[in-house]
Write a protein that binds this ligand. Structure first.
Ligand code: HEM
Length: 427
């Protein structure tokens, strides 16, 4: 019997050196560096060739982990939470993690849906799923159109804009907080949007921890307000759900929902705009589109997916995966971008052909992005892209495509800025 956890027959052309039980193996690759920004697909291809489907890598501070690079292995890991689970307290490296470790915000255990397991996770994820199912997609589209128009109005007269900060980020954030029942125009909403941005992005130069505390306090107040006066929103639906989650649990899960929604949706919008503005198939007729916005959105999920790598899963017990001996408590990083471009599923090299939606950009299994969320993200991203193209039909990049800079992150794939110019318009 094949005792490889995946049961996969596939082996790399050059098998990895004698499978090690420790990712801190001498051939471990630092999971950082410029190549991950400029040409990630080539990096993943080389890693796969050199190490097979599961590569030993070093996270910040040379902390060892495994990067799962192939489609079957990522699918296997995400669909076997009995073997590869989410509670990071299992990690066998905690004694080597300093208090100021940069990845702590993502792997430090919190009592939220993200880190719960088994029946408790099903309960928490079930409440989120049903609350999100209550969002009327038509209404969401109308709200996003209004948010998009307001943001465009602010820069349309100037003939130029930086679309990451002036459009994609605030649009995704406002759409998410409005779904939660916060007023469109209030100082509270503006403060929350600002603090969420700071808490999620250490590059903002302000204190992310203090901002996170303010986010928590604001969400707590929102939950109290909705207990007093419920409405037709995600928070009120979570509060009235028959599972009867505590307010503390709901606050934790709401922060996860808003944070999980904002960054990837903003980057999805921006990566799609970049594709539309730089690729000849789209650039010829950007507003009418020979290739539709829908196709561009799907192509981005295959080729420039926002959540490039996701940390992660922790091995419940010793096992084998992709020819590697994984020890109980080892950390596995889900290589979602690498899996999407795995040559095993695209033998002819034509990645993402014909709008195929079987990518792993929303992950898979018990902890996948909860079912209605990808549909809602699609409404937000599609409305954002279509509105911009419709309002600014002659929009073009104001720098050369090769001068666009990807963020220095191996986790989120997005641009540092997307500067554009267009004929100034007044509404
Ligand atoms: C309305 C927008 C969105 C909402 C409300 C949302 C919500 C969530 C939530 C609550 C989780 C945690 C699930 C759990 O641990 O059980 C999650 C996970 C995730 N989401 Fe989303 N999300 C949104 C958009 C997106 C987008 C645009 C992407 C990427 C294209 C994305 C990719 C992911 C991934 C990769 C995970 C991790 C799954 C795992 O652990 O395997 N999400 N999302």
């Amino acid at each position: 019997m094949n005792d490889d956890a995946t049961g996969s027959d596939w082996r790399p052309a050059d098998p990895p050196p004698a499978a090690s039980g420790c990712p801190a193996h001498t051939d471990a690759v630092p999971l950082s560096g410029l190549e991950y920004q400029q040409s990630p697909a080539t990096v993943y291809q080389e890693l796969r060739r050199a190490h097979g489907p599961v590569a030993p890598v070093l996270l910040d501070g040379d902390v060892p982990a495994w990067l799962v690079l192939s489609y079957p292995e990522v699918s296997f890991v995400t669909s076997h939470d009995d073997l590869f689970a989410r509670d990071s307290r299992r990690w066998n490296q905690w004694e080597n993690i300093p208090a100021d470790w940069p990845l702590l915000p993502f792997v430090g255990y919190q009592p939220s849906v993200l880190f719960t397991e088994g029946a408790e996770h099903q309960r928490r994820a079930g409440v989120i799923t049903e609350a999100l199912e209550g969002v009327d997609q038509f209404e969401l589209g109308v709200n996003c159109r209004r948010i998009a128009d307001e943001l465009i109005d602010a820069f349309a007269g100037s003939g130029e804009a930086e679309l990451m900060s002036a459009y994609a980020h605030p649009l995704a954030m406002r759409a998410a907080v409005e779904m939660c029942g916060m007023a469109a125009h209030s100082t509270d909403t503006d403060d929350l949007v600002r603090d969420l941005r700071i808490s999620l992005d250490t590059a903002e130069g302000e204190d992310p921890v203090a901002a996170y505390v303010r986010v928590q306090e604001r969400i707590q107040r929102l939950v109290e307000d909705k207990r007093e006066g419920p409405g037709a929103d995600v928070v009120s639906r979570m509060l009235s759900h028959p599972e009867g989650l505590s307010d503390d649990a709901i606050v934790q899960d709401l922060i996860s929902v808003v944070a999980a929604a904002q960054q990837p949706t903003a980057n999805w919008i921006c990566n799609t705009l970049r594709l539309l503005l730089t690729d000849d198939r789209f650039a010829l007729n950007v507003s009418g589109g020979r290739v539709s916005v829908g196709e561009a959105l799907t192509e981005v999920l295959w080729l420039d997916t926002p959540t490039q790598n996701f940390i992660g899963r922790w091995a419940v017990r010793d096992t084998l995966l992709g020819g590697r001996r994984i020890k109980a408590g080892d950390c596995l990083v889900l290589g979602l971008a690498a899996a999407n471009t795995d040559p095993q599923i695209w033998p002819d090299g034509h990645v993402g052909a014909e709008g195929n939606g079987a990518h792993l950009s929303f992950s898979n299994g018990e902890h996948r992005c909860p079912y209605p969320a990808p549909l809602l993200a699609d409404v937000i991203a599609r409305t954002a892209v279509e509105t911009l193209m419709e309002r600014l039909p002659d929009v073009v990049l104001s720098v050369e495509p090769e001068d666009l800079v990807w963020r220095p992150s191996i986790w989120m794939r997005g641009l540092t800025s997307l500067p554009v110019e267009f004929t100034p318009t007044l509404r």
